[in-house]
Design a protein around this ligand. Structure first.
Ligand code: IVH
Length: 688
């Protein structure tokens, strides 16, 4: 490519060649982004390609190609959906990257209008989602389409009907025909939760919330869309059989009256000079917003002026997107480090050549899991595209293969724990490889100790994460039993920096007070995988005493034993959980640590009570769709064990609907009735 040559120095032949190359490259990246929802380069790099293309065209207007990227908006259409032609084309926005470019936009608009007085503008945060066009006839939603190539989109009506913020009927008076445009998006939290579910199911994870929203809306099966938490902010008009407002601000008001969500951060600015302060305000609010934004859109408020200003090529003269600095960047991956979590999960982390991503220095990024590394073929030494979405952990989006060192080798995931050398195993069907070292693995110990003293476990006041780490580094804590030896060091603790006599005494008292503990807290505190608070309670109630539980678990490690069968048949436990327990007891070192700990404690006998104190006791629950971490009967048994009533159909009396994959009419019904829905992961959190 000639991109290093200054535009002024390009010969006509070079310019023609580069324009052809740019047309191919931009078309390729458009398809990657819009059609496959899998971008290969950062937005900033993409914008740079387009800018270069526009600059060359400006100097050589006779060379503008018929397939010039500046005349096109988005990507080609994915097959599978019917095509819908937009009555009014869906165009794009020109970008400004700094105050100067923004001022130029205002100057151009005023010059075009022959005005000197300031422009009244509407400012709207620019959400990074996908734009859609909704057609309403006589107030009823009849059709909806994606932007597609700008003139023709995909008919995603059925999918749009599953989105709560797309009104089925407009409230109040509306024109006989009106097209309303807006952005479909997914919140950052829902994006992360969705990716976690995808990763656990071995399905592809989405690069960013925008791709997750696009991927969710463009599902051939609307039931999948229904299970994905999509939202919509409305912000523009298409065709209308009669005028609905004189200003854009008034139009936004009408949208709200009709029942649409309009971004609450939108503002009317009397004067274009207010834009800079607004830009700063929104960029500061950005990381705290629940959804991703990539800039602010400024629109001339007066619709009469908008009509006069019109369009140039693919963008309006009356609006501009003032973008924030890119939150994507490329850098070199120095090393892949394996982190070990509390339950032994090995998580690959990319150690990077530090790089500024949207104003934050990033030196590390998550690589999710083994399969993700394989799928993206990430290698040490690679140049990678990084992405940071608000305050979300940075992630490696893709590899720039052209910059791969010649001697690079594919990454091979370790099969031993990097911290303790124990085998790291990956059960078939699971995405995560785990260290089998249990309590003896030093990397797991700190995490386990932190869990051990946490509120639902031993609840020891004054022992925060940092203190645990410090005492561990000091060599005072090896396993949980050592916590109860800390009071012997009261004097030493008092002398430490940040401590005094009173705080040391309080800590030691808090520890001594926990020498007596309930069996369920004790079991939970061990931090055995899948033994959350609820399962710990089930076990405590079933086995009653520590001695009995220990003996039974020990015996249950024997496959085929009566004790194993008994364990698996406890309502709510099931075979997977039973196996976690027996695996734990099969390890001699775990038993030794367990006994050492029990020797320090008085473990109270559990009382058989009803389930009335569980969060879901007395509630009516419906499960719908395919559940991924439990079978339907297992889910039902577990809910019932906790005092809930499980029914098959959704009604006003339903308290929760747990929505699995491919959920359909029940999820929709719940939305209609305003019944609370939750993902399988949220349900698991509530009952564990
Ligand atoms: S107005 C003719 N307003 O940005 C102008 N677009 O880069 C139509 N977008 O395709 C667009 N927030 O996907 C407009 N408040 C907003 C927006 C917005 C996000 C997206 C939209 C559009 C793209 C243009």
């Amino acid at each position: 490519m000639n991109s290093a040559i200054p535009i002024d120095a390009l010969t006509e032949a070079e310019a023609a060649e580069e324009l052809a190359q740019l047309a191919r490259d931009i078309a390729h990246h458009d398809a990657a982004y819009h059609t496959h929802d899998a971008p290969e380069i950062s937005d900033a790099d993409y914008d740079a390609l387009r800018q270069r293309n526009a600059a060359i065209e400006a100097r050589f207007p006779t060379l503008i190609r018929a397939d010039s990227p500046s005349a096109r908006v988005g990507g080609a259409l994915e097959s599978g959906f019917a095509k819908l032609r937009h009555r009014v084309p869906m165009l794009s926005l020109d970008n400004a990257f700094d105050a100067m470019e923004f001022t130029e936009f205002c100057t151009r608009a005023k010059r075009f209008l022959g005005r000197t007085e300031p422009l009244t503008l509407v400012a709207e945060p620019k959400i990074d989602g996908l734009s859609i066009n909704l057609t309403y006839e006589h107030g009823r939603f009849v059709r909806g389409a994606t932007r597609g190539d700008g003139s023709e989109g995909e008919d995603v009506t059925a999918n749009l009907r599953t989105i709560q913020s797309v009104p089925a009927e407009l409230l109040g008076k509306a024109p006989a025909l009106i097209e309303i445009r807006g952005e479909v998006f997914i919140t950052k939290a829902d994006f992360l939760a969705l990716n976690q579910i995808q990763a656990q199911a071995g399905a592809r994870v989405f690069a960013n919330p925008r791709n997750a929203a696009a991927g969710s809306l463009r599902q051939l099966d609307p039931r999948i869309t229904a299970s994905r938490p999509l939202s919509l902010f409305a912000y523009a008009q298409g065709e209308s059989s009669e005028p609905v407002a004189a200003t854009h601000w008034a139009y936004l008001q009408r949208l709200k009256d009709w029942g649409f969500d309009v971004n609450p951060l939108s503002r009317l600015l009397d004067n274009e000079t207010d834009a800079e302060a607004f830009q700063i305000k929104i960029s500061l609010a950005r990381s705290g917003l629940g959804y991703d934004i990539d800039g602010v859109v400024y629109k001339v408020d007066d619709l009469g002026l908008q009509r006069r200003l019109g369009f140039v090529s693919r963008t309006p003269r009356w609006a501009i997107a003032w973008k924030f600095p890119a939150e994507q960047a490329t850098t070199v991956l120095r090393e892949i480090r394996i982190q070990v979590g509390r339950t032994g999960a090995l998580t690959p982390v990319a150690e990077l050549e530090p790089v500024n991503v949207g104003g934050v220095l990033v030196a590390r990024a998550t690589l999710h899991n083994e399969d993700e590394i394989t799928r993206k073929d990430v290698r040490v030494g690679d140049t990678v595209v990084l992405q940071r979405a608000g305050d979300v952990i940075p992630q490696v989006v893709s590899v720039v293969t052209e910059r791969r060192p010649a001697d690079s080798v594919a990454y091979s995931f370790p099969d031993v724990c990097p911290a303790c050398g124990s085998h790291a195993v990956r059960p078939p069907g699971e995405a995560v490889r785990r260290c089998t070292g249990g309590l003896i693995c030093p990397a797991q110990r700190v995490e386990r100790l932190i869990h051990f003293v946490s509120r639902p476990a031993f609840d020891i006041d004054g022992l925060g994460d940092k203190t645990i780490q410090e005492f561990f580094n000091e060599g005072w804590l090896h396993g949980p039993a050592d916590l109860f030896k800390l009071p012997e060091r009261e004097g030493e603790i008092a002398k430490r920096e940040g401590w005094g006599k009173v705080s040391a005494r309080n800590l030691c008292r808090a520890i001594v007070a926990r020498r007596t503990i309930t069996l369920e807290r004790f079991i939970f505190a061990l931090g055995i995988r899948r033994i959350g608070a609820t399962n710990a309670k089930l076990l405590a109630r079933h086995y009653g005493t520590f001695a009995n539980w220990r003996a039974q678990m020990f015996a249950a490690s024997q496959i085929g034993s009566d004790e194993r069968v008994e364990l698996g048949s406890i309502s709510g436990i099931g075979p997977t959980i039973a196996e976690e327990l027996t695996d734990f007891f099969a390890e001699a070192r775990n038993i030794a640590a367990l006994d050492e700990l029990a020797a320090e404690l008085t473990i109270e006998e559990a009382v058989h009570a009803d389930a009335s104190d569980s969060l879901i006791a007395g509630k009516t629950v419906v499960f719908t769709g395919t559940l991924e971490t439990m079978t339907r009967p297992e889910a039902k048994a577990r809910a019932e064990a906790l005092g809930a009533k499980v029914t098959d159909s959704v009604s006003k009396k339903t308290d929760f609907v747990v929505v699995g994959v491919d959920a359909g009419s029940k999820a929709r019904k719940a939305a209609e009735l305003g019944v609370r829905t939750m993902t399988e992961a949220e349900w698991q959190e509530m009952v564990s």
